[in-house]
Design a protein around this ligand. Structure first.
Ligand code: COA
Length: 319
């Protein structure tokens, strides 16, 4: 038993911010950002919240699938930038779309979150507990980046993507891994303590990153994990029609394509227009390529994400 894509949807904040706009308040240039990251612009929230974007993407995915909200069994939202601690965003989505019969909860595995959520849904559905799931990646990272740090604020964007899955019997395989010992290369201590007993010092309230280390980690583990996943199934990278990777940086994607020995034409990208939207990047790209008609019956695709934790995952899916 496994799960199959039945509908997809996206939501982006209205405001687009170009590199030139960023260069007005941090010491950077359009040329530097494009050369080092491939990013030209990103959508930034000016009032949109994680639950609003998640709800809109979810609603569009259901519309696309032609499914009524009261038929949904499970809603999982992957996010690391929710404005609210309680209740979880998935419960907010349940309310927004009227999914009265769904069980709803959030997962935080940073930029690998969507795949961790998808793997969780697959386990529930393959275990016979639920028949379908609405999986959403949603972020307003602009709330947690330091807008005076040119090394990080240029990278991220806001948005949400949703995929509605139903039970199926086509092959679906996952590898997911975590390395909490590397928690110091990418982190954010988001909240101020309000405890009267708290005596610690509140620092690192923004996304803090060792960019070079993350770059090295991503290029190595993603290609290794994809190769491991494929060799487990007796496949090679040549057997795959499309690689839908977390959109962190165009150079990372190009390096992975080189390491796998696969032409970049099999790696669709939207990082140029959306920046790194963390857990939203994979479902946003899935929605985009699906609407472009690039996902066809019988294709084999690989999805792969990596992020803070460190966490990383790869998924092999037959359409
Ligand atoms: N504009 C202009 N100059 C910048 C800059 C910016 N936005 N950000 C950094 N610089 C400068 C640095 O200060 C440094 O200057 P120096 O040589 O005078 O010290 C120089 O550019 C090179 O910095 P470096 O950090 O070595 O650049 P890089 O080639 O490693 O690129 C990243 C930086 C962040 C783009 C790159 O490391 C990266 O993409 N890492 C992965 C990040 C990521 O994807 N994170 C999310 C994972 S989910």
């Amino acid at each position: 038993m496994s799960i199959r894509i039945k509908g997809t949807g996206s939501a982006l904040p209205l405001k687009t911010v170009t590199n030139n706009e960023l260069s007005r308040f941090v010491d950077t240039t359009d040329e530097w950002i494009i050369e080092r990251t491939g990013i030209e612009s990103r959508h930034i929230a000016t009032g949109e919240t994680v639950d609003m974007l998640a709800g809109e993407a979810a609603w569009k995915a259901l519309l696309d699938a032609g499914v009524d909200a009261d038929k949904i069994d499970l809603i999982i939202v992957a996010t690391c930038s929710a404005e609210q601690a309680l209740p979880c965003i998935a419960c907010q989505v349940q309310k927004h779309i009227g999914a009265v019969n769904a069980v709803a909860f959030d997962i935080n595995a940073a930029c690998a979150g969507f795949l961790f959520a998808m793997n969780t849904a697959d386990a529930y559905i393959s275990g016979g507990i639920y028949n379908n799931a609405l999986i959403i990646g949603a972020e307003v990272l602009s709330n947690i980046v330091n807008w005076s740090d040119r090394t990080t604020c240029i990278l991220f964007g806001d948005g949400a993507g949703a995929v509605y899955f139903e039970k199926d019997d086509r092959p679906l395989k996952f590898i997911q891994k975590s390395n909490g010992f590397k928690d110091d290369v990418l982190f954010c201590w988001q909240r101020d303590s309000v405890s009267v007993f708290y005596r610690g010092v509140q620092t690192y309230k923004y996304v803090t990153m060792d960019g070079r280390e993350v770059f090295r980690f991503a290029t190595r583990v993603v290609s290794e994990t994809i190769n491991e996943l494929l060799s487990n199934e007796g496949l090679t990278a040549d057997d795959i029609d499309l690689f839908i990777l977390h959109q962190a940086n165009l150079r990372i994607i190009e390096s992975i394509s080189k390491r796998l020995g696969v032409d970049m034409s099999k790696f669709p990208t939207n990082v140029e227009r959306l920046g790194n939207t963390s857990s939203a990047s994979i479902p946003l790209l899935v929605d985009e390529v699906r609407k472009e008609g690039r996902l066809k019956e019988g294709m084999r695709i690989v999805l792969s994400g990596f992020g803070a934790g460190l966490t990383y995952s790869a998924c092999l899916m037959e359409l």
